[in-house]
Design a protein around this ligand. Structure first.
Ligand code: BTN
Length: 267
C-alpha cells in the first residue's frame, strides 16, 4: 500500500486534519515521539498528531529500536495534556492498548494485549505503545506523548531475522492489505473516546474491557525484578491499579510496576 493509493492518508497529509486533530505529516522522520515531545514543549495543542511514513530512529520501550520501514506501517504520536496525577499516568498505556484492540475489532481483527504495551495477533507482536511525558508540574496538565507503532502491511522479510519468529503484521496474519489512513482514523476515534473516559474516572471500566483481551493471564512467565532476579510464575493479570501480579512457584505474589515480561522458556 503506497501513499498514492492510500487515499485518506494522502488527503490527511494535504489537508493537515484528521477529525478535530491537527496533523503533522512527515515522509520520513527520526521518531514521531521525539517530534511530538518537541512540538508539545513548544505549545502544540492537545490532540495534535505527528505521523510519518517511515522512521529512521523509531523508539520502543526499554531503549529498544522500533522497525519502521516506509510504505507499510503506521507510526504516529498524539500530543495529550493530561490532568491525571503522575502516579496514574501509566494508565494511559493500558487505555491506549484497549482502544487499539477495539479499533482493530471494527475491521474484523481480534488482537490481544500483553501487559503493559504490546499488541499481539496469534501470539506474535503486531504493535506497541510508547508513552512518554514532558516535565510534570503540579500547576498544569502534564504533557504526554502517546506513540503507537502498528505493523500494517509489513511483509515478514522487512523484519530483522531475529524478530521474524516474534513479530507479525496485519497483512501477514490476515492475508489481506489494510489502508493505513482508514486504520489511523478508526484508532484515533477510539483513542479519543477511551482517553476521555480515563480523564473522567473511567479507569475501572477500561480495565474490565482490557482484562478480556489479556494475552498472558494464567500463563507461566518470567520477569526480571528490580534487583535483577528472574521471577517465574503465573500471570494473575493487572490489579485494580493496572499493575501486573505474578504468583511465583512458592506462592508469593509479586506486583510488577514496570519492566519486561516473557513467556517462561522464551527470550
Ligand atoms: C514498544 O513496543 O516498545 C513500543 C513501540 C512504539 C513505537 C512507536 S512508532 C511511533 C512512535 N514513535 C516512536 O519513536 N515510537 C513510537
Amino acid at each position: 500500500m503506497d501513499l498514492v493509493t492510500d487515499k485518506i492518508w494522502q488527503e490527511m497529509s494535504d489537508k493537515g486534519l484528521l477529525a478535530d486533530h491537527p496533523v503533522r505529516y512527515f515522509a520520513e522522520i527520526e521518531s514521531t515521539n521525539s517530534e511530538a515531545l518537541r512540538l508539545g514543549r513548544e505549545g502544540a495543542v492537545a490532540g495534535t498528531i505527528v505521523v510519518a511514513d517511515c522512521q529512521s530512529k523509531g523508539r520502543g520501550r526499554l531503549g529498544r529500536f522500533w522497525v519502521s520501514p516506509a510504505g507499510t506501517g503506521l507510526y504516529f504520536s498524539m500530543i495529550m495534556r493530561s490532568a491525571l496525577l503522575p502516579q496514574y499516568l501509566s494508565r494511559i498505556t493500558l487505555a491506549a492498548g484497549l482502544a487499539i484492540c477495539q479499533a482493530l475489532e471494527e475491521v474484523g481483527v481480534f488482537s490481544q494485549i500483553k501487559w503493559p504495551n504490546d499488541l499481539l495477533l496469534g501470539g506474535k507482536k503486531i504493535g506497541g505503545i510508547l508513552t512518554e511525558t514532558g516535565e510534570i508540574r503540579a500547576e498544569t496538565n502534564t504533557l504526554v506523548v502517546l506513540g503507537i507503532g502498528l505493523n500494517v502491511n509489513t511483509p515478514s522479510e522487512l523484519f530483522p531475522v531475529e524478530l521474524r519468529s516474534k513479530a507479525t503484521s496485519l497483512r501477514v496474519h490476515e492475508a489481506q492489505n489494510f489502508t493505513r489512513g482508514d486504520l489511523l482514523a478508526i484508532i484515533v476515534s477510539h483513542l479519543d473516546k477511551t482517553m476521555l473516559s480515563l480523564e473522567h474516572g473511567g479507569f475501572s471500566e477500561i480495565l474490565a474491557s482490557w482484562r478480556q483481551r489479556d494475552a498472558m493471564v494464567g500463563k507461566e512467565l518470567s520477569w526480571l525484578d528490580p534487583e535483577g532476579k528472574v521471577v517465574t510464575g503465573i500471570a494473575l493479570g493487572p490489579d485494580d491499579d493496572g499493575f501486573l501480579h505474578i504468583r511465583d512457584r512458592g506462592g508469593q505474589v509479586h506486583q510488577v510496576l514496570s519492566g519486561d515480561i516473557n513467556l517462561a522458556g522464551s527470550k
